[in-house]
Each structure stands twice: as structure tokens, then as C-alpha cells.
Design a protein around this ligand. Structure first.
Ligand code: HEC
Ligand code: HEC
Length: 336
């Protein structure tokens, strides 16, 4: 069967997408870090359907480690000039993105990421990503962090005195592993509460998981990202942009990291260059806007997926059902 032949309203695809995810549900137990006394991140999240979370053996998630990471995330002493914290640009009410800082990527379920930043400049574990961030922030000069209140937290977290860049990065990685969003209305629907989505949202879900709109191939699994890079046809001229700027390979030009769609209602403006202000504009783009270039993804239809006005509205309604208020308002993820 050709991929282009839509199954009845995408039913097969939906069953596959949700069904396979359910099989992987045992992964929830693998989310627990190996150490006794360690906390599973986060305690309350139902990770049914998520892929297993990989926690490096040398950085198990502990309550004291998370507490230090959270303190550092909100602490301006982390920055060169002592004026900015991570949270200055990454705001919880915006799913840890920011409407006014250009191109900020949200922090949602990054525990499952292996590629970081729009062009994948950093790959590996969260520890690698946080090391890059911390070094970028204070260029490995930790003197500002050698304050009594922080020294106590470092000792609690790592069992011996010492303030180092690596410890700061590892603690930030532990805190990141608690930024788990898994309780949107869509999640509740997928767990069996069939009233969690209204009619428009359910229709939008069928569009999302249909071969006509292709969304679920890239915004894949419960993470709503395949953690890969694609050129979705935003620009005709792509030489040296996106992933290509990192690898130097022409075949990577114009390819950017697939962002998760969880909480996407809160992460405007959209795309790596913030070119769309609203979800309606994004859906209009996919419906009629993609332009050709040498690396255009084969899943993208030139000239768009041709969705009807009603399908577009339904799709936007579905995207809004991915908002997870428990995540956006969880006091444990806010300033300490
Ligand atoms: C001045 C604003 C600003 C501050 C402060 C800031 N970030 Fe960011 N962050 C950004 C922007 C912009 C991006 C996207 C950049 C890109 O992809 O090229 C980003 C991306 C990221 C990503 C990649 C997310 C992904 O999906 O790949 C991580 C992780 C991250 N930041 C962590 C941090 C941490 C940790 C701190 C504090 C040490 C921090 N950021 C401070 C602006 C900021
Ligand atoms: C070929 C893979 C692919 C397909 C198919 C796809 N997307 Fe995307 N999507 C991406 C990538 C990659 C980006 C980021 C592009 C960029 O910024 O250059 C993105 C960005 C987005 C954004 C903006 C998110 C943000 O935080 O900026 C939304 C919303 C979105 N897609 C929704 C959809 C919907 C709805 C569909 C189906 C109609 C869809 N996507 C189909 C790969 C894809």
C-alpha cells in the first residue's frame, strides 16, 4: 500500500502511533535511576507510552541534585555578569521558552533528546548539553558560585565539598530531567478518558495522525518529536543554513531540529526564526506554503497538504489540547 493512500481517516496510523506507544509503556519503570535513594523524575508523572528515559549511570537523579540544579537554573550568579539566569530566557509559563527572546527553544522532555539546539550543534546527553550551556554562561569561572549557600547545596548533591563546572552542569541536567510534560488532555484521552477531547479536537487528531497531513511522522511518539532534522520548505534558498552549518554537508542545508508540539500553544512565535506568530499561520503554511529547495523533506508536499478550512481549525484545536497546565504551573519547577 502506498503511503499516499490514506487509511480510513488515518485510523490505522493512529492505532499504530498510540498502540506502539502503549507497548513501550513498561519504559516507565526504566525511568527510575539506578541508585537507592534516588528519585524518579518526576514522582507523579504517568509515563505510559513514553520511550524509556535514559539516565547516565554517573549522574543519577537525586532530590539534592535536583534542588541544586533548580537553584542554579533560577540563579543569576550563574552568568558572566551576574545579571541573568537560565530562567530569564526560559520561562515556566511559556513551557520554558520566551515570546520576546529570538528563537528560544522550550525545555520540555529534553531527557529524551539526543540533539540539542535548532541545528544540533550539541549532541549526546543532557549532561553534554548542560556543560555547553554552563561553559557558555560563565566560561568555566566558578568563583561567583563559591558562596556559602551554594557550597552547601553542592556538597549535599554530590557528597563532598567542591564547586565545579561539571557539577553545576550535572545538577542542571538532573533538574532538566524533572521537566516532564505528560499530562495534557491528549494524554488523558490516550490513557482512556475518551471525554478528555471534544469533537473538534478529536477531528484534529485524525488529521494529525493521517497520511494526508503527515504531521505524526516527524512530530512522532508521545514526545511529539522524532529528535531529527528536516527541511519543511520554509525557504527556497537554504545553502549553509540549519544542520548544514554544523556538518558542512550540503544534504543537511535547511534542516532544523523537529521541535516538540507539547505546550505549543505557549511557545509562540514559531519556527527557528520566529516567522509565524500564531498556530493558525503555521497550519496555513503546511496547508499551502512549502516551497522547493534541494533538501526539501520527502514528506512535505510542494504547495502544501491542501487542508480545508475546517480541517485547519480542527488541527489547531488538537494542538491546543497538547497544553499541560500541571507542567506549566507545577510549583516544583518554578523558582526555589
Ligand atoms: C539570553 C537568553 C538565554 C539564556 C539566558 C539561556 N538560554 Fe537556553 N536557549 C536560548 C536560545 C535562543 C536557544 C535556542 C538557540 C539555538 O538553537 O541556536 C536556547 C536553547 C537551549 C537549549 C536547547 C533545547 C533544545 O530543544 O535543543 C537548552 C538545553 C538550553 N537552552 C538550556 C539553557 C540553560 C541550562 C541555561 C542557563 C545555564 C540557558 N539555556 C540560558 C536562550 C537562552
Ligand atoms: C518532515 C517533517 C515534518 C512534518 C511532516 C511536519 N513537521 Fe512540523 N516541524 C518540523 C520541523 C523540522 C519544524 C521546525 C522547522 C524550522 O524551524 O525550520 C517544525 C515546526 C512545527 C511547528 C512550530 C513549533 C515551534 O515550536 O516553533 C508546528 C506548530 C508544527 N511544526 C506543526 C506541524 C503540523 C500540524 C504538521 C502536519 C500538518 C507538521 N508540523 C508536519 C517537522 C515536520
Amino acid at each position: 500500500m502506498s503511503r499516499r493512500v490514506a487509511p480510513p481517516r488515518g485510523a490505522v496510523a493512529l492505532v499504530l502511533a498510540l498502540g506502539l506507544a502503549a507497548v513501550a509503556g513498561c519504559g516507565a519503570t526504566e525511568a527510575s535511576p539506578p541508585d537507592a535513594g534516588a528519585v524518579a523524575p518526576p514522582d507523579a508523572a504517568d509515563l505510559t507510552g513514553f520511550p524509556p528515559m535514559v539516565v547516565p549511570a554517573d549522574n543519577p537523579t537525586t532530590a539534592a541534585g535536583v534542588a541544586l540544579g533548580r537553584q542554579l537554573y533560577y540563579d543569576p550568579r550563574l552568568s558572566h555578569d551576574g545579571t541573568r539566569a537560565c530562567a530569564s530566557c526560559h520561562r515556566q509559563d511559556r513551557a520554558f521558552s520566551n515570546p520576546t527572546t529570538p528563537g528560544v527553544l522550550a525545555h520540555i522532555n529534553l531527557a529524551w533528546s539526543r540533539n540539542f539546539l535548532w541545528n544540533g550543534r550539541v549532541s549526546g546527553t543532557l549532561e553534554d548539553a548542560m556543560t555547553m550551556e554552563v561553559e557558555g554562561f560563565f566560561a568555566t569561572d566558578v568563583t561567583r558560585l563559591q558562596a556559602p549557600d551554594l557550597e552547601v547545596l553542592f556538597e549535599d548533591a554530590f557528597g563532598s565539598p567542591g564547586v565545579t563546572t561539571q557539577r553545576a552542569a550535572y545538577a542542571l541536567a538532573q533538574f532538566q530531567r524533572t521537566l516532564v510534560s505528560a499530562d495534557s488532555r491528549f494524554d488523558r484521552y490516550a490513557r482512556g478518558d475518551l471525554d478528555a477531547l471534544d469533537d473538534a479536537e478529536r477531528r484534529g487528531m485524525w488529521v494529525f495522525y493521517s497520511e494526508r497531513a503527515e504531521c505524526f511522522h516527524c512530530h512522532a511518539t508521545r514526545l511529539f518529536t522524532d529528535n531529527e532534522f528536516h527541511n519543511i520548505g520554509l525557504d527556497a534558498e537554504v545553502a549553509g543554513t540549519g544542520r548544514g552549518a554544523v556538518t558542512g554537508e550540503a544534504r543537511d542545508d535547511g534542516r532544523f531540529k523537529t521541535p516538540t508540539l507539547r505546550n505549543v500553544e505557549r511557545t509562540a512565535p514559531y519556527m527557528h526564526d520566529d516567522r509565524f506568530a500564531t498556530l493558525e499561520e503555521v497550519v496555513d503554511f503546511y496547508s499551502e506554503g512549502p516551497v522547493d529547495s534541494p533538501t526539501l523533506d520527502t514528506l512535505i508536499h510542494l504547495g502544501g497538504f491542501g487542508l480545508t478550512t475546517e480541517e485547519r481549525a480542527d488541527l489547531v484545536a488538537f494542538l491546543r489540547a497538547l497544553t499541560d497546565d500541571a507542567f506549566l504551573e507545577n510549583p516544583d519547577l518554578g523558582p526555589p
